[in-house]
Design a protein around this ligand. Structure first.
Ligand SMILES: Nc1ncnc2c1ncn2[C@@H]1O[C@H](COP(=O)(O)OP(=O)(O)OP(=O)(O)O)[C@@H](O)[C@H]1O
Ligand SMILES: [Mg+2]
Length: 462
C-alpha cells in the first residue's frame, strides 16, 4: 500500500484510495485544503510508531484552528493504509460521568474501532466515534463479535471478558480510570498481537473537568505510565489550550512533547477562502481573500463562520460586505456564540476590574510583551506582584492573553478581540467608541483596503 498522504494541486489533497472510516467534520473531504506541514509531520510521527520511537504528542492550538479535522484526516489515512497501525479516536465530552462509566465507554469505543479495522467494515467505526451511536454494553459487544471471524479475535474477546471481570469487582473510581487509559496499550502488548495503536484523543481538557475519579481530583494523572507506551502512543489535543498545556506540564511531566498548531499559512488560507467563497456563492477576489485571512488571523473555523450564509448577511463581493458580515458575526452570529461559550468560563473568574483593564491594555498594545513588573508600572497598578502574576496566569489559562517566556501580551486573535470589544465594552468600563477606534485603526486593514482600491482603479482603467 503506497503512502496515501499525497498533495494535489493548489493545496488540495489526492483522495484516491482513501476510505472515510470517520466522517470528517468538513463535510465534503475535497474541501480540506492545506495543513501540508502539519499532516506531513504527524504522518511521519505515525511512521515512527512502527519503529517504536514515537513519544506522546500534545497538539496545542487555539480554538477553531482545525485540530479535530487534522486528527480525523490522519485517522482516515491510517485506516486506509492498513499498515498494522490501528487508529483509535476518542473524544472527551462535556457532562459529568463516573470513572466507571468512562471505563465502559472507552473500552467499547476502542474495541469497536479495533473490530472495524480488522474486518474492514467502517460501520463499526462510524458508530464507535459518534455520540449516542455506540454499542450499549460490553456484553452486547461480545455477542456481536462472536459470529465474526477476524485477526486477533480471540485476544479481543479475552480482553473484553477481562473488562467484565473488572466491572464485577466494584473498585474505587480511580482504578477504573487507570484501567480505561491502559486498555489500548494492554491490547497492543498482548503476545501474538503485532499491530500497534495510535491514540488520537480530542478535547483533553474535559478529562479533569468531568470525569469523577473519586479521591483523585486530577484523573488525567492516570496517563502517567501509559503515555510512555511505544506501541500505543498518544496524540492529545484540546480547545482550552492554556488549560491543557498547564495540566500536562503539572500532572504529566515529560510525557508529551508539546507541538503548537499554528494558524494556517497565508497561501493555504487564501486557497481555502476562495474555495469556500465559491461554495457559498460569494464573489471573492484574491485581495478580498487576503483581507479575510487577515481579519480572521487565518483561523479556518472563523473563515467558514464568516462566509456561511445567514439571512442578515450579504453576499460578499467587496471589502465592505466582509465588514458587514463580520459585524453580524461578532454581534449575534456563530463567531460570537462560539467565543461566548468559551469566555463564560473565564469571565466568571475574571470579574476583577484590574483583570479587565489588563486584558484591554494588552489587547491595545498587541505585539508588545510585558513582564508582570513592567505591566504594573506601565499601567500604574496598585497591586501585589504575586496577585498580579496569579491574575495574569488565569487570563493566559483561558487564552484571553498570551504568554511567552514569562512575559505577557495581547491576544493575537482578531475575531476574539472584536467580540470582546463589541460585547464587553461596559464590562471593561471603557467606551465602545474607544474599542472600535482601536480595531478600525489597525494599519494593516487600511493597507489592504488601499491596495484593493488601487487594484480596482487600475482594472477600471483597462
Ligand atoms: N484545512 C482546512 N480546510 C478547510 N476547512 C477547514 C480546515 N481546517 C479546519 N476547517 C474547518 O474549520 C472548522 C473548525 O475546524 P476544527 O473543528 O477541526 O477546529 P478545532 O481546532 O478542532 O476547533 P475546537 O477548538 O472548537 O475544537 C471546521 O468546520 C472545519 O471543517
Ligand atoms: Mg476540536
Amino acid at each position: 500500500m503506497p503512502k496515501l498522504l499525497q498533495l494535489a494541486d493548489n493545496y488540495r489533497w489526492n483522495l484516491d484510495g482513501l476510505e472515510f472510516a470517520i466522517a470528517e467534520r468538513i463535510g465534503d473531504p475535497e474541501n480540506f485544503i492545506g495543513r501540508v506541514e502539519e499532516l506531513e509531520y504527524l504522518y511521519q510521527w505515525t511512521v515512527n510508531i512502527n519503529k517504536r520511537i514515537s513519544r506522546g504528542l500534545a497538539f496545542l492550538g487555539r480554538r477553531k484552528v482545525g485540530k479535530s479535522l487534522i486528527l480525523e484526516r490522519l485517522y482516515n489515512i491510517l485506516y486506509s493504509e492498513h499498515k498494522g497501525l490501528i487508529p483509535f479516536y476518542y473524544e472527551f465530552t462535556e457532562g459529568q460521568r463516573s470513572g466507571r462509566e468512562f471505563y465502559i465507554d472507552l473500552v467499547i469505543r476502542f474495541y469497536m474501532q479495533v473490530v472495524g479495522y480488522y474486518t474492514h467494515d467502517i460501520t463499526w467505526i462510524r458508530a464507535a466515534v459518534r455520540r449516542g451511536k455506540r454499542i450499549a454494553s460490553i456484553e452486547e459487544l461480545i455477542e456481536k463479535i462472536v459470529p465474526l471471524s477476524f485477526e486477533n479475535k480471540k485476544t479481543v474477546l479475552s480482553c473484553l471478558q477481562g473488562s467484565l471481570g473488572i466491572l464485577q469487582q466494584e473498585q474505587p473510581l480511580y482504578e477504573y480510570v487507570l484501567a480505561a487509559v491502559a486498555a489500548p496499550d494492554g491490547f497492543a502488548t498482548t503476545p501474538g498481537v503485532e499491530d500497534k495503536i495510535v491514540q488520537l484523543i480530542d478535547e483533553f481538557q474535559y478529562f479533569n473537568m468531568y470525569i469523577d475519579a473519586g479521591v483523585e481530583k486530577k484523573p488525567c494523572k492516570a496517563y502517567m505510565s501509559t503515555a510512555e507506551s511505544k506501541v500505543a502512543p498518544l496524540l492529545i489535543t484540546g480547545s482550552l489550550m492554556g488549560v491543557v498545556a498547564q495540566e500536562i506540564a503539572r500532572y504529566l511531566p515529560q510525557r508529551f512533547q508539546p507541538m503548537n498548531v499554528p494558524k494556517m499559512k497565508a497561501t493555504e488560507t487564501i486557497a481555502m477562502t476562495l474555495n469556500y467563497g465559491q461554495l457559498y456563492g460569494h464573489t471573492i477576489t484574491p485581495e478580498i481573500a487576503e483581507y479575510i485571512t487577515y481579519i480572521t488571523n487565518g483561523i479556518p473555523g472563523r473563515i467558514v463562520e464568516l462566509l456561511s450564509p445567514a439571512v442578515a448577511k450579504p453576499t460578499i463581493t467587496s471589502f465592505d460586505e466582509v465588514d458587514v458580515a463580520l459585524d453580524y458575526e461578532v454581534r449575534e452570529g456563530a463567531i460570537k456564540n462560539d467565543w461566548f461559550e468559551y469566555l463564560v468560563l473565564a469571565m466568571d473568574e475574571v470579574n476583577d476590574i484590574n483583570m479587565r483593564r489588563m486584558t484591554y491594555f494588552l489587547c491595545k498594545n498587541e505585539g508588545t510583551l510585558y513582564y508582570p513588573s513592567e505591566l504594573k508600572e506601565a499601567m500604574g497598578l496598585d497591586i501585589d506582584e504575586l496577585k498580579l502574576r496569579k491574575e495574569l496566569d488565569l487570563l493566559y489559562k483561558y487564552d484571553i492573553i498570551e504568554q511567552h517566556g514569562g512575559q505577557y501580551g495581547g491576544v493575537f486573535d482578531r475575531t476574539l478581540k472584536k467580540v470582546l470589544m463589541v460585547n464587553y465594552a461596559d464590562l471593561f468600563n471603557l467606551p465602545l467608541a474607544e474599542f472600535n477606534a482601536y480595531f478600525k485603526n489597525d494599519s494593516m486593514l487600511d493597507y489592504l483596503k488601499e491596495r484593493a482600491e488601487l487594484l480596482n482603479l487600475s482594472l477600471a482603467v483597462i
